[in-house]
Ligand binder design. Structure first.
Ligand code: IVH
Length: 668
């Protein structure tokens, strides 16, 4: 391919990827599969590697991560990252206003109010319109350089929209996981039997510090900016307008207030309304608007005298704990739930609250009949924060956690290191059976939207369906036995079941519900093993060698295919016509430089994901072998490659090459 051709293809691919990315991230819609999307990206990355001078700084390849950082570099902040003085009361706020008035010697001033976003603060440096560095707060003086992770945040401009920005400036803001994304993430984790995360803020904080930026990219972090440094502006509101014009994400909730009364009105207005925002907030930040006045007021050792944060008190009520019930999930995990005397709290009536696991019950030292405090903070989900000991009656005894499954009576188990108890009667416990069928029909799996939870329940109760494969034996007569189901809806259901046979292998593999195999892992397994037969026969070592598969997932997949009932179920699904082979087209040929050349790719690479390299090899005419043998031409070695592979390659005289040598070969 000539450079001119590459330039045009790069432009076309960039446009296409940005279109699909925008559709996905801004409008939550998809027109192509994840695999097709990844292939477009891989094609672009490959061309950019071949012609590095054509790589744009804001190319979509720069957002997908792939950089592995073993230890973040510590960076000294140019301007220290201070914290804010806190207050919980309006009186203290008036005191603050008094101090501001005094400090400004009677000069007129106004405030700029923003919400206090509950995430992780970050400091970004832009040079010549480009994002060059993202650093965490750390201890306020020094933080960690997390640039590669920050670049995955879609709403952050890698390159500024307008070119009137100064050569260098710093901007600060808050990185967060939107509530919806957090909820979805936890739902997905629960669905595949992983423990859920406790709250969005800690999860965002953990995500910003992940070593693999490709993982960060998947988490869909977002960021609001609220502080511009290193540029002469007259007011904070002018700074905010500039940031908006340069393409930064600014929460539209800010407001200029002329005096402290207006500030208090702002605080009151947002107390309830903030619960509807896409992220968690825990207060209001009040800033003196004029920068010269900010300078006049200055700083104490810890915080500015020109700003303060007002924290909302989490609303809390006390109510009676009537009972604790236990829910059984699809994977057999037990969740205790507090059954409360209904109580009105922050806009809704609360009757139940999750207690998560036995540790939480012990930590709170709960007793049935206790009066407990229920709280709703920035989050929507109510939680129990403690017991009102003054109201505790003497005769109440501590809760004894159940030892048998409330649904099927089998003994519960709790594995070493896990917080949850599990019902191990996988095959005979009704909610686990129904849960597996619901998991199978969900949109991300085989997508039978003509069936719902209620239908599955009835089909199960009537003894018609006990596993996903039974769905494909259903006749119209069977469906007509269901409540309110007439000819038309029965036909609809059958049509939906029929259509599911066209769902790709990765959707089916996710649907069959192997523990720890989420959508992404299913996709990776399909890409690696291509067919169910290869996957089912894979040894533990072969499974671990697949991308994204660690020991725990490998063991779970391995065990799944060693259970005869599972094997029979898969066989029945296969007989019914579901897809058990990868439908991915071979990537388009870009060149023939690797014609008849074979590779094994091993270890981790700073700039690439392993599969991306494999795709590049195939797209350039090469072959990927499953292991090191005498037939192999090259072992492409990254960091942390297993010593046995290296030894074997050396013994057999296979050439071991570095990523730089590989890039050189690619240039032909
Ligand atoms: S301004 C010198 N504005 O609150 C003032 N901070 O306790 C710089 N925060 O570390 C901060 N929302 O992480 C500012 N609208 C907002 C904010 C905000 C959240 C966080 C920030 C900071 C902490 C201060």
């Amino acid at each position: 391919m000539t450079k001119a051709q590459a330039e045009q293809t790069i432009a076309e691919l960039t446009k296409k990827i940005n279109y699909h990315s925008d559709l996905y991230y801004q409008k939550s819609k998809t027109e192509i599969s994840d695999l097709e999307f990844d292939q477009l990206l891989a094609q672009l990355a490959q061309l950019e590697n071949q012609f590095p001078e054509l790589r744009e700084v804001d190319s979509p390849t720069q957002r997908v991560g792939g950089t592995i950082t073993k230890e973040f570099t510590s960076v000294t902040h140019k301007y220290p990252m201070l914290s804010l003085g806190n207050t919980y009361s309006k009186e203290e706020l008036e005191d603050f206003d008094g101090r501001v008035a005094k400090g400004l010697d009677g000069e007129a001033y106004e405030y700029f109010c923003e919400l206090k976003f509950d995430g992780v603060s970050i400091s970004l440096t832009y040079e010549n319109g480009l994002l060059v560095r993202g650093v965490t707060r750390g201890d306020g003086v020094r933080g960690d350089d997390v640039t590669s992770n920050i670049k995955t945040i879609r709403s952050l401009p890698l390159k500024l929209k307008s070119n009137d920005a100064p050569a260098s400036f710093e901007v600060r803001g808050e990185v967060f996981l939107p509530k919806e994304v957090f909820k979805q993430l936890n739902k997905e984790r629960e669905d595949i039997g992983e423990e859920t995360y406790a709250n969005a803020r800690n999860t965002a904080s953990g995500t910003v510090k992940m070593q693999d930026s490709a993982e960060v990219a998947k988490r869909k972090l977002d960021c609001y900016l609220y502080y511009l440094l290193g540029i002469p502006v007259e007011t904070h509101s002018e700074a905010i307008s500039k940031l908006e014009a340069w393409g930064f994400n600014i929460s539209p909730t800010y407001q200029k207030c002329h005096n402290i009364q207006e500030v208090i009105e702002y605080i009151n207005t947002w107390e309830k309304k903030r619960l509807e925002l896409p992220l968690e907030t825990d207060g209001v930040v009040i800033k003196v608007n004029r920068i010269d006045q900010q300078q006049q007021l200055g700083f104490t050792a810890k915080s500015p005298r020109w700003a303060i944060s007002y924290k909302y008190k989490a609303e809390s009520v006390s109510t009676r704990l009537n009972d604790i019930t236990y829910q059984v999930g699809r994977t057999g995990s037990i969740t205790p739930v507090a059954e409360l005397a209904p109580v009105f709290l922050a806009g809704t009536t609360v009757k139940r609250a999750s207690l998560h696991n036995a540790n939480e019950i012990a930590r709170l030292d709960l007793r049935i009949g206790d009066f407990v405090f229920v709280e709703k903070g920035g989050e929507i989900i109510p939680k129990i924060t403690g017991v009102d000991l003054d109201k505790r009656q003497a005769n109440l005894t501590p809760v004894i956690y159940i030892t048998r499954c409330p649904e099927c009576g089998s003994p519960l188990e709790r594995k070493e290191g896990e917080a949850n108890h599990y019902c191990m009667n996988e095959k005979g416990c009704p909610p686990q059976i129904k849960g597996r069928i619901e998991h199978f029909i969900q949109r991300k799996a085989v997508d039978i939207d003509s069936l719902g939870e209620q239908t599955i329940k009835q089909l199960y109760d009537l003894g018609l369906v006990k596993s996903p494969a039974d769905l494909y034996d259903l006749k119209k007569e069977d469906l007509l036995k269901l409540d309110k189901v007439k000819e038309k809806s029965a036909q609809n259901m059958l049509a939906g079941i029929e259509q599911s046979k066209a769902q790709p292998f990765e959707a089916v593999l996710f649907g069959i519900g192997i523990r720890y195999v989420g959508k992404t892992v299913a996709e990776k397994l399909v890409r690696h093993f291509k067919t169910i037969d290869h996957l089912a026969k894979a040894t533990l070592e072969e499974l671990i060698a697949a991308p994204e598969v660690g020991e725990r997932i490998a063991q779970s997949v391995f065990d799944f295919f060693r259970d005869s009932e599972n094997v029979r179920e898969v066989e029945r699904l296969k007989q019914s016509g579901l897809q058990f082979e990868s439908s991915a087209k071979e990537p388009e040929k870009v060149s023939e430089v690797f014609n008849n050349v074979s590779f094994v790719v091993s270890g981790v690479f700073e700039k690439y994901e392993r599969e991306q390299l494999q795709e590049i090899i195939i797209a350039n005419g090469g072959r990927i072998l499953s292991g090191v043998s005498g037939k192999l031409n090259y072992l492409l070695a990254g960091d942390n490659m297993g010593p046995s592979k290296k030894e074997k390659a050396e013994k057999l005289g296979v050439k071991i090459i570095s990523i730089e040598e590989f890039e050189q070969m690619l240039k032909g």
